[in-house]
Design a protein around this ligand. Structure first.
Ligand code: ZN
Ligand code: ZN
Length: 254
């Protein structure tokens, strides 16, 4: 989904070359740089489509047939494409094998140690897992296991694991990047950011209470997101992080 105002502009740029000119102009880049970026983007998209082609195919010959049917290429070329894509597919699937994805995948001792190292709080927003507060649903307040850096890149080592509350974990999964204007990029589409997502990224940016002289973080305190200028909007540029002691009550319900 693209906001309708932007769609109206895009409707005037119906061919790829004029779109490249527009993007080059907006981003102050050379047209060639934009063209290369676009080709890389399309290339990785094509690669993932090829990966999807080979998923669940019973054997090499079935994969070869499927890819040969979707690409008009010589046998040799198809063979080398199938070989490379299959290798990537195997290494991606094996990377996810054995990955610890939930707290149940940890031994009780590992779980206890991890929770203790975080003072029994969410590693991001400082939610206390012993809290009796009823501002959250059971799902939002439960401890969940997460990989700090996505496991495909960061691996499954203990140092890459942390415990997040259900709310933070769901926010983390739903978002990739947030701009200062309050838009979030999800699957290549821009959406206006709901407040929860704004809170998540403001926490991500500061990680600590920003009150003068206070450095409380998620292991010492529950953190809240509040506005710098109360007349301004709830967007990341107008928000900051305060601990339970230093916020004035006007916070995002997070
Ligand atoms: Zn949290
Ligand atoms: Zn503070």
């Amino acid at each position: 989904m693209i906001p309708s105002g932007v769609q109206a502009i895009l409707d005037e740029y119906t061919d790829i070359e004029s779109l490249i000119k527009l993007v080059a102009h907006l981003s102050c880049q050379e047209e060639q740089a934009v063209r290369n970026e676009l080709l890389q983007h399309l290339g990785s998209r094509a690669f993932f489509l090829l990966l999807a082609e080979i998923s669940h195919a019973p054997n090499f010959f079935a994969i070869q047939n499927r890819i040969a049917n979707s690409l008009m290429r010589s046998n040799d070329e198809v063979n080398s494409i199938v070989t490379e894509v299959s290798r990537t597919h195997v290494s991606m699937s094996s990377a996810s094998l054995g990955r610890r994805s939930s707290l149940r995948d940890l031994t009780p001792e590992q779980k206890r140690r991890l929770l203790q190292s975080q003072q029994n709080r969410c590693g991001h927003c400082g939610w206390n897992f012993n809290s009796q507060e009823e501002t959250r649903t059971k799902y939002q307040s439960q401890p969940t296991l997460d990989h700090k850096v996505p496991y495909r890149i960061g691996g499954d080592h203990d140092s890459n694991l942390w415990i997040l509350c259900g709310l933070c974990n769901s926010m983390k999964k739903a978002s990739i990047h947030i701009g200062e204007s309050g838009s979030v990029w999800i699957d290549n589409a821009a959406y206006p950011a709901p407040r929860g997502l704004v809170a998540f990224w403001v926490l991500w940016r500061h990680r600590h209470c920003t009150a003068t002289g206070c450095r409380k973080g998620p292991s010492d305190a529950r953190l809240f997101v509040t506005r710098l200028n109360n007349a301004g909007p709830w967007v990341p540029g107008n928000c900051t992080v305060r601990c339970a002691e230093h916020h004035t009550g006007n916070v995002i319900n997070y």
